[in-house]
Design a protein around this ligand. Structure first.
Ligand SMILES: Nc1ncnc2c1ncn2[C@@H]1O[C@H](COP(=O)(O)OP(=O)(O)OP(=O)(O)O)[C@@H](O)[C@H]1O
Length: 335
């Protein structure tokens, strides 16, 4: 998937991650694969519990102790992160790959000024001297759209609004000049206008700095504008992937369709009602055979509850795992 000729930055191959608790195994991620090229933006979309965060946190080996990578490879510039030493991993975290979260306070300490925190981050990740760090701090704050950086840098996180705090967190993440930024629901807690501003900022940064971004969200509407490619996850698996245009305008999986109908669009008409997907995602500690979405799917056939559909390659970039699509493709071939 992705733009040709560009260098491959990250390759995930057949990654499976499970948690183990008293009631057994929770199969959070069940064999996902994708490739991210340099400077590319990939959206990972799906409802809560679909495995977006677990798979992405796994890239930095941030899987909690109760979890285990069961299989797979996570290649960064061709080198398997899962086999890296502690030292190599430290070098990677924050230097090559940075992460931002839904709640900026995960990364910001309420007890220290922004200046102190940015300075510490620059000390850790760069060899700049004190004067150069001061200059870089102001540059970073300006880069993320914070006005009067000389004044604001002296303030504490609580003195910033939600959207502005998110900008500070992005500045912190950028302090090490990452090649890849993992953004885990960075706009979810913000109101719609601010959400759009943060997405716009990330888009500008991607263009200016050329970094790749993995943008995790449950809201397909949010990522339409920024992503090159989109991967739709359900119950720990990829059910559809393609370019942003394909997923929006040529989507084939009923789950993708459901996701799009359940979120407000920017041009939503007043009388146009949102249609939430009926039912709930499955319990991943009791995975049943067949397509995990079948019990909620309006188009489910007999085979859907028995067997999982193969990943159908509609073209070089567009792939879907759905028996309806398989059937349609077979009928097309017969003609
Ligand atoms: N520490 C944990 N222990 C046990 N199960 C976990 C743990 N973390 C996640 N899970 C399970 O793994 C599955 C995937 O969770 P994940 O957080 O990746 O989903 P998500 O798509 O990112 O949703 P959300 O947006 O709610 O975080 C879920 O079934 C979840 O309950």
């Amino acid at each position: 998937m992705g733009t040709e000729k560009q260098e491959e930055l990250l390759q995930i191959k057949n990654l499976a991650i499970s948690f183990y608790n008293k009631s057994g195994e929770v199969q959070a991620v069940r064999g996902i694969s994708y490739t991210l090229h340099k400077g590319e933006v990939l959206g990972i979309v799906g409802e809560s519990g679909s495995g977006k965060s677990v798979s992405s946190h796994g890239i930095l080996r941030l899987t909690p102790d109760t979890g285990k990578v069961k299989s797979g490879e996570i290649l960064f510039h061709g080198k398997d992160i899962l086999k890296m030493s502690r030292k190599e991993l430290q070098e990677l975290r924050g230097n090559k790959i940075a992460m931002i979260f839904q709640d900026p306070m995960t990364s910001l300490d309420p007890l220290f000024t922004v200046e102190y925190q940015l300075n510490e981050s620059l000390k850790k990740h760069t060899s700049l001297d004190a004067q150069a760090r001061k200059k870089r701090m102001l540059e970073l704050l300006t880069l993320v759209g914070i006005n009067q950086p000389e004044r604001r840098v002296k303030q504490y996180p609580y003195e910033f609004s939600g959207g502005m705090r998110q900008r500070v967190m992005i500045a912190m993440a950028l302090s090490c000049d990452p090649e890849l930024l993992i953004a885990d629901e960075p706009t979810t807690a913000l109101d719609v206008t601010i959400q759009a501003q943060i997405v716009e900022l990330l888009k500008e940064l991607k263009e200016k700095l050329g970094m790749a971004i993995i943008f995790i969200t449950h809201d397909l509407g949010v990522v339409s504008d920024i992503c090159d490619n989109i991967m739709v996850m359900y119950a720990g698996k990829v059910v559809e992937e393609g370019t942003s245009r394909q997923v929006f305008y040529e989507r084939k999986h009923p789950y993708t369709e459901g996701l799009l109908s359940s979120v407000p669009k920017l041009d939503q008409k007043k009388d146009e009602k949102l249609k939430p997907i009926k039912g709930n995602p499955p319990d991943m500690s009791h995975v049943r055979p067949g397509c995990a979405f079948a019990p909620r799917c309006g188009c489910a056939m007999h085979i859907c509850v028995k067997e999982e559909a193969p990943m159908c390659e509609l073209d070089d970039t567009h792939k879907v795992s759905c028996w309806q699509v398989v059937r349609h493709e077979m009928e097309e071939q017969k003609r």
